[in-house]
Design a protein around this ligand. Structure first.
Ligand code: GLY
Length: 343
């Protein structure tokens, strides 16, 4: 079992990574807690959602609240329904929300926790690779609007994150690929050869990389935006394809596009683009081209609405000084790179 601390100055918390980690949940539930609201989905195996079993010797009432599947469930109306369930079960400010599931669950559970009685503690139990290496760590919570992904949300740090690797044994292949998309991102941020290590070490290392960035810039005043490498096009593709392209798949494509754009802007050479292709496609075995029929005008429009964009089109781009946030990227360059990329 590995333990990584997200060393936030005022609210440090632990992320445990290992097989059977869920059995160690109890110490993360404060003695004052009397009710636990488990937020999950019907498809999540009971051995992870049955939080009551892991708190059997504690005087707590556990209620399970299932939300819908997929990005379509990441809405304000889901948060309203959840909050009304919390009200009916008498959840108080000293109680606890536990999010058990993938990124959709932990994003929604975290956001509901952030607003319930103006903030109640949340523990995340991510059951997908993407959740373990990214979504459940760092306190970004939120829901989508028709106009864009994650446009409504809050920074609300969990009090602990429990990554039970047993959950990955039954994870559908496509879900695993999505996690690999985010892992490939860490490859470019650090140069680490993550695939050379075993699963526990690999996940713990991703958590460590993310924890270090989050601890240095919790609210994305600057450096944390690096974690969005590949995400500008990715978010646009997810919306343009009506989420037929899953987040991690879109990130994989977005990483290669970010390299193409960096080439267009003269920030890197062709060999570095080839390196992106070799890592994303060759090593991580992920798709690197958008599905046919994506309209460049729609993509540019969506990218302009990206949350990072404070000044026109904003991308995280590779360059001589490494990966950095670049604001006000020339639209003509974006269109040129996109035309090449979509052809
Ligand atoms: N997923 C990017 C972040 O948490 O900042």
């Amino acid at each position: 079992m590995r333990r990584v601390t997200v060393a936030l100055p005022e609210r440090p918390y632990d992320v445990v990574v290992g097989r059977g980690a869920i059995a160690g949940l109890a110490p993360f539930v404060d003695q004052a807690v009397r009710r636990v609201a488990v937020v999950t989905q019907d498809a999540i195996p009971e051995r992870f959602t049955d939080v009551a079993r892991h708190l059997a010797d504690r005087d707590v009432a556990v209620e399970v609240h299932a939300i819908g599947d997929g990005e379509a469930a990441k809405t304000l109306s889901t948060v309203e329904e959840l909050s009304r369930s919390f009200a009916r079960s008498g959840l108080t400010r000293r109680d606890l929300v536990v999010g058990v599931g993938g990124g959709v669950v932990t994003d929604v559970a975290g956001f509901a926790a952030s607003t319930w009685h103006r903030g109640v503690s949340v523990v995340h139990v991510p059951t997908t690779l993407l959740g373990m290496v990214d979504a459940a760590i760092g306190g970004k919570t939120g829901v989508n609007l028709a106009e864009g992904k994650n446009l409504v949300g809050a920074f609300w740090q969990p009090s602990a994150v429990v990554c039970d690797l047993d959950a990955l044994d039954t994870l559908p292949e496509r879900e695993l690929r999505c996690g690999l998309g985010e892992m490939a991102k860490y490859h470019f941020l650090t140069g680490d050869d993550l695939l050379a290590t075993d699963l526990e070490e690999r996940i713990a290392r991703c958590v460590e990389i993310k924890a270090e960035v989050v601890a240095s810039d919790e609210r994305e005043g600057g450096r944390r935006a690096l974690l969005n490498y590949g995400h500008t096009l990715a978010h646009a593709l997810e919306i343009a394809t009506d989420h037929r392209l899953a987040h991690g798949e879109a990130v994989a494509i977005g990483l290669v596009f970010a390299a193409e754009l960096a080439l267009e802007l003269g920030r890197i050479g062709r060999h570095r683009v080839d390196e992106h292709v070799a890592v994303v496609q060759g090593e991580y075995d992920l798709g690197i081209r958008p599905p046919a029929g994506c309209d460049p005008d729609v993509l540019v429009d969506l990218m302009r609405r990206d949350k990072k964009a404070l000044d026109g089109l904003t991308f995280v781009l590779d360059g001589a000084a490494g990966v950095e946030v670049v604001e006000g990227v020339d639209e003509a360059a974006v269109r040129a790179a996109l035309a090449r990329f979509l052809s």
